[in-house]
Design a protein around this ligand. Structure first.
Ligand code: GDP
Length: 443
């Protein structure tokens, strides 16, 4: 899980603070020493960690405590605000030109995830009713062009290529002409990477930049490389100039050092993060939501958005009504299970719930296709009346349902219990949705 180590340590530190009625200056200093250690262990840049703690300390010691907060909550609030600032404050979007096509140039080292990200970004923009064109300008890595074509096919989006014999500058130019004549409003150029930064790479990228004048140059870096990613970002920004960073493989980065340092070191914001290999695993980066997750306060807003995207809104509203009126039936339960599957790995979802960050045992847990089939069979073996009111399902009905679905009575029992739990959980989620939408909420 992202920021797992840091989240654990910070939450432990603050738990100790919360136990106290009053905080002395030395309590705060001790806590901040631990915060600094935690940041360093998360591979945050040394200077960034030092400055961060100094800022928090200045505010924590100097300020009047707001009456409605305990001293510990006050410190946590400052840390939350400073973490948010550290990662850029507000969300940074990409510039969409008023005169299409908007040209987005993806740059980065080999293996960072550039080609995959080109596909993901196109997918995201397509969902926002844009008409992206993917451009294969990586003529060096064998199979890069083919990889982009495969992605384009999956996404049902055009891919512009002139093969691997043309000069990348010309490919980019021709691609923009193509976009103009084919009404594509966003051009995403997948440029070549190298294993290391070298002059040849930079010269090529500069040549493309100077010729096509992209609206956005986005650097793709691998979060798992930690401080190396930050150094790469610094160099690209100095030599080429970048508008923002896309941090990939954040799903596999338990430390989070790059996510926390990139902005402070380079002055350039993280615009998107890659959260998996699948094409829908690219998310806009929200500093405030990320800070909230790190501090174990959850990220209910992202969770709601994910749910809204995966779930048919009309149906969801209908469902909400049913839950409110307690008319939620086993048929609805089955629908929900099937939709839940579309939301992605359960551990990513759980990390968005307040206080759920510690459920490490659930890592990698995914809803099992087979189990859903079982559930489906059991529910289909019930009569309409039973589905509407499971309380009538007595012993002999349970036996009949088990026989009919080819399962055991225990399976039927388990399902009925799960259903009752789910009903309870939904009520809780609904309540959380209400408080979550109000914004900042202290643990
Ligand atoms: P390129 O050389 O920069 O074009 O890199 P690729 O796009 O070929 O990606 C390299 C590898 O990283 C591939 O196996 C991708 O599936 C993987 N990858 C890319 N982005 C992510 C991500 O956000 N999460 C995970 N887990 N893997 C990713």
């Amino acid at each position: 899980m992202v920021f797992e180590g840091l989240a654990d340590k910070l939450q432990q530190t603050f738990k100790k603070l919360r136990g106290r009625g009053k905080l002395t200056e030395s309590d705060v200093s001790e806590a901040l020493r631990e915060v600094r250690m935690a940041l360093l262990e998360a591979d945050v840049n040394f200077k960034v960690a030092k400055d961060f703690v100094a800022r928090v300390k200045e505010r924590a010691v100097g300020q009047e405590v707001i009456a409605s907060l305990t001293p510990a909550q006050h410190v946590i609030k400052i840390v939350y605000e400073e973490l948010t600032q550290l990662m850029g404050g507000t969300q940074s979007r990409i510039t969409i030109s008023s005169r299409p096509p908007t040209v987005v140039m993806l740059v980065g080292l080999q293996g960072a995830g550039k080609t995959t990200t080109a596909g993901k970004l196109a997918h995201l923009l397509k969902k926002q009713n844009k008409r992206p064109l993917l451009v294969a300008a990586d003529i060096y890595r064998p199979a890069a062009i083919k990889q982009l074509q495969v992605l384009g096919e999956k996404l049902e989006l055009p891919v512009f290529t002139l093969g691997d014999k043309e000069n990348p500058v010309r490919i980019a130019q021709k691609a923009i002409e193509y976009a103009l004549s084919h009404a594509r409003d966003i051009v995403i150029i997948d440029t070549a990477g190298r294993l290391h930064i070298n002059e040849q790479l930079m010269d090529e990228l500069k040549a493309i930049k100077n010729t096509v004048k992209p609206h956005e140059i986005l650097l793709v870096v691998d979060a798992m490389t930690g401080q190396d990613a930050v150094t790469v970002a610094e160099t690209f920004n100095e030599q080429l100039g970048i508008d923002g960073v896309i941090l990939t493989k954040l799903d596999g980065d338990a430390r989070g050092g790059a996510a926390l340092s990139v902005r402070a070191v380079t002055g350039r914001p993280i615009k998107y993060v890659g959260m998996g290999e699948k094409l829908d695993a690219l998310e806009p980066f929200y500093p405030d939501r990320m800070a909230s997750r790190i501090l174990g306060m959850g990220d209910v807003l992202s969770l709601i958005e994910k749910a809204e995207e995966a779930i048919n809104l009309e149906q969801a509203r209908e469902m909400e009504k049913k839950i409110r009126k307690e008319e939620f039936t086993l048929d609805d339960f089955l629908d929900q299970l099937q939709q839940l599957k579309k939301l992605g790995p359960l551990d990513q979802l759980l990390s968005m719930l307040p206080g759920m960050g510690n459920l490490k045992k659930l890592h990698g847990l995914e809803l099992d296709e087979k189990e859903i089939k079982h559930v489906e069979a059991i529910i289909r073996s019930m009569t309409k009346k039973e589905r509407r009111d499971p309380s009538i399902i007595n012993g002999s009905r349970r036996k009949r349902i088990a026989m009919g679905s080819g399962t055991k009575v225990q399976d039927v029992n388990r399902l009925l219990k799960q259903f009752a739990e789910a009903k309870k959980m939904m009520k809780r989620l609904q309540e959380m949705q209400k408080t979550g939408k109000k914004g900042f909420k202290l643990p």
